[in-house]
Design a protein around this ligand. Structure first.
Ligand code: PLP
Length: 395
């Protein structure tokens, strides 16, 4: 059998993945598992998915040769412009796919969890597009911290429900969403926002995001005469923009993969989200993966200046890429990311999301050859992070 870094029939990437769920959730997840590949393979599904990606999201996103950045680091740097998508990041690729999935499954109600609010906004957007009821669970503390995104969701017609238990943040919102799904198994679809959760979510989300690497192949062939870059680089929170960037290259080991995590105030500072380095095997949100935990297995609170990378686990695909050394994992601090974000703004006229700034900081940490083709996924735009940039740089 050919060696593959992709998922197997049982829903595992190597030893990671699976569906570790309470019995009460089994019917919902099983319905999805039995149907998702069939539905996605359907020609009418593909047609509708790609038509919306084109006319609503604005795909294909450009693959832009960053001339001044390339000169500065003496290598060939291309930026995959997911920041130009409608709603400003890659997340909408997944929510478009999942809203069509929900419709094909006959669902009339959608729920989602959100931390910083980006996935909540992407979900509320597609629910408005389709006229489907939308409930977004969000920690009470996050609601206070992320007022603009709460307002966006409300304008888009979603109901934002505060999670008031535990730490009142993302993991508590996830618990509330799961409780809702258990209580509403027939009419409701749960849109998970990254390549996390029980099988089939990591695979389904990766397949929706795979449009990113599908386009990179075509665009590089046009620009460089080869489909294959030397390096692919993406930031990793749960891992969905990275999974999309790597997807069609996973089994092509000539293409080197770099995953960038958030080191927060430093990997050993106790305030970090460098999951692969600090994480141990465990189960989080229904999947076996690497996660940050105490000695007795309690999940620890992650920290990063970037809300989108602030997740204590990592998708099972990435745990596998780390364990097998197929990908090189690098952790970038808040300071490193903020500087890289400022630099891209000045050199290329592109203000990146702070999540993305972590990936861009790679060039201060690793030297590439002048002839290397390096593709960085520019996962999102920085408008949402302006307040953070203002405070950090005293603008
Ligand atoms: C949410 C987000 C991320 C992190 O999520 P992944 O699932 O790891 O991609 C990265 N970049 C941006 C711009 C985001 O909004």
């Amino acid at each position: 059998m050919k060696k593959t870094f992709n998922i197997n029939e049982k829903g595992y990437y190597g030893e990671f993945g699976g569906a570790y769920i309470p019995e009460m959730l089994y019917p919902n997840v099983e319905e999805l598992r039995q149907n998702y590949l069939k539905i996605m393979a359907d020609a009418s599904f593909q047609e509708e998915f790609h038509a919306l990606l084109k006319d609503y999201v604005g795909r294909p996103s450009p693959l832009y040769f960053a001339k001044r950045l390339s000169e500065k680091y003496n290598t060939k740097i291309y930026l995959k412009r997911e920041d130009l998508n409608h709603t400003g990041a890659h997340k909408v690729n997944n929510t478009i796919g999942q809203i069509l999935m929900a419709q094909r499954l006959g669902k009339t109600r959608v729920i989602a969890e959100t931390g910083a609010g980006q996935h909540g906004v992407a979900t509320a957007t597609v629910c408005a597009l389709m006229g489907i009821e939308c409930i977004v669970y969000m920690g009470e503390i996050d609601i206070a911290r992320q007022a603009p995104n709460v307002a966006r969701m409300k304008m888009l017609g979603a109901k934002v429900v505060p999670a008031t238990s535990g730490s009142k943040t993302l993991k508590d919102a996830t618990n509330e969403a799961i409780r809702d799904w258990i209580n509403n198994p027939v009419d409701t679809h749960y849109i998970i926002g990254s390549v996390v959760g029980p099988h089939p979510y990591p695979d389904m989300v990766a397949r929706f995001q795979a449009v990113v690497s599908e386009e990179i192949k075509k665009q590089l062939l046009e620009k460089e005469g080869t489909e294959n870059p030397n390096y692919l680089i993406a930031c990793v929170g749960g891992g969905s923009n990275a999974a999309g960037t790597y997807y069609h290259y996973l089994d092509n080991e000539d293409v080197k993969i770099i995953a960038v995590e958030a080191a927060g105030k430093g990997v050993d500072s106790g305030e970090s989200a460098a999951t692969s380095v600090l994480g141990k095997e465990g189960i989080i949100h229904g999947s076996k993966t690497l996660l940050m935990q105490t000695k007795d297995g309690q999940i620890t609170e992650p920290y990063s200046i970037s809300a989108g990378l602030d997740y204590p686990g990592v998708g099972p695909m990435h745990a596998h890429l780390y364990k097998t050394k197929r990908a090189e994992f690098i952790a970038i601090t808040d300071d490193g990311a903020m500087k890289a974000g400022m630099q891209l703004s000045k050199l290329e006229g592109i203000i990146p999301a702070i999540e993305t700034s972590h990936a861009l900081a790679i060039f201060e940490h690793k030297t590439f050859e002048p002839n290397d083709i390096v593709v960085v996924n520019l996962s999102g735009r920085g408008d949402k992070d302006l307040q953070n940039y203002i405070e950090y740089f005293n603008l």
